[in-house]
Write a protein that binds this ligand. Structure first.
Ligand SMILES: C[S@@+](CC[C@H](N)C(=O)[O-])C[C@H]1O[C@@H](n2cnc3c(N)ncnc32)[C@H](O)[C@@H]1O
Length: 263
């Protein structure tokens, strides 16, 4: 077997760390997974434990019973640790960005992986991974806090990035720009004056500050009011499956990538 493409990095992970992105993936991409013939999902870089891959498997099986999940890890010791947890429809293999799977995946999830690479590598591996997707497939690439209470991710199609999603547990941030340290590698260095992502987070903080009176009804109401205010200036996704009150209530907000594209 050829050497897996990539580098072994820190394996930090935790139970339920990726629940926010799992919930979004099931809601937004569940219908496509259900409709696909033999849908294959890859969890790339699952880390020191099989847990988040197993959780992804269980959550996707609930909405798309035919889904098959393969956890790929570049560290052979972590593959050996996960192997005993294999079952029908769930397997763990050694590999890297080359994705050693039998057919093009309908969905690839790579969480807390590219943040440990350089910015140029992150752009490059976006292209590499997008080129491996099944037609109509999606790459979900993002970063979360250790506990998963704050997360930011990008949804990419075979043609490149499409959406940017922010997700946070109410009470776990003071202002929306606290999520900036979870931006994907391709954006984190762009959070400086003059860049669109910086302008967006500045406006989000302003909307949050102006919406403070709604806080008497709880943080959820304050978030809803802020997002509605922000939607007057930014192309916030306002309809299902990506947007609208049902998603905003979860502490989520999705924008088209084009709104923050640094290029
Ligand atoms: C910080 S852990 C993330 C674990 C899990 N995805 C999470 O978010 O909790 C990153 C893992 O990605 C693995 N990794 C890094 N580059 C990889 C690559 N190119 N292919 C597969 N795994 C990779 C590392 O070995 C490490 O175990």
């Amino acid at each position: 077997m050829a050497k897996p493409v990539g580098a072994i990095t820190r394996g930090t992970t935790w139970h339920n760390r990726l629940r926010r992105v799992d919930r979004w993936t099931a809601a937004v991409h569940g219908p496509a997974l259900r409709a696909a013939v033999r849908p294959l999902v890859v969890d790339l870089g699952y880390g020191a434990s099989h847990t988040t891959t197993l959780e992804l498997f269980e959550r996707l099986r609930a909405v798309a019973p035919g889904v098959e999940v393969v956890g790929i890890e570049i560290d052979p010791a972590r593959v050996a640790l996960a192997k005993p947890y294999e079952r029908e429809g769930l397997s763990f293999v050694l590999g890297g960005f080359e994705l050693p799977v039998p057919r093009p995946p309908t969905l690839v999830r790579a969480f807390n992986v590219l943040r440990q690479y350089g910015e140029e590598d992150a752009w490059h591996y976006w292209d590499v991974l997008c080129g491996k997707l099944a037609p109509g497939g999606v790459l979900v690439e993002g970063t979360s806090s250790e506990t998963g209470r704050r997360a930011v991710w990008v949804g990419l199609s075979p043609g490149g990035p499409r959406t940017l999603t922010f997700s946070a547990r109410f009470g776990d941030f003071e202002r929306p720009s606290d999520l900036a340290d979870r931006l994907p590698k391709t954006l984190i260095h762009r959070n400086v004056p003059g860049e669109r992502i910086h302008a967006f987070l500045r406006d989000f903080d302003h909307a949050w500050a102006v919406s403070a009176p709604f806080g008497v009804h709880g943080m959820r109401q304050r978030w809803l009011a802020s997002v509605r205010l922000l939607a007057a200036r930014w192309p916030v996704a306002a309809h299902p499956p990506l947007g609208g009150p049902a998603r905003w209530r979860l502490g989520e907000l999705t924008l088209p990538w084009s709104a923050v594209d640094p290029h």
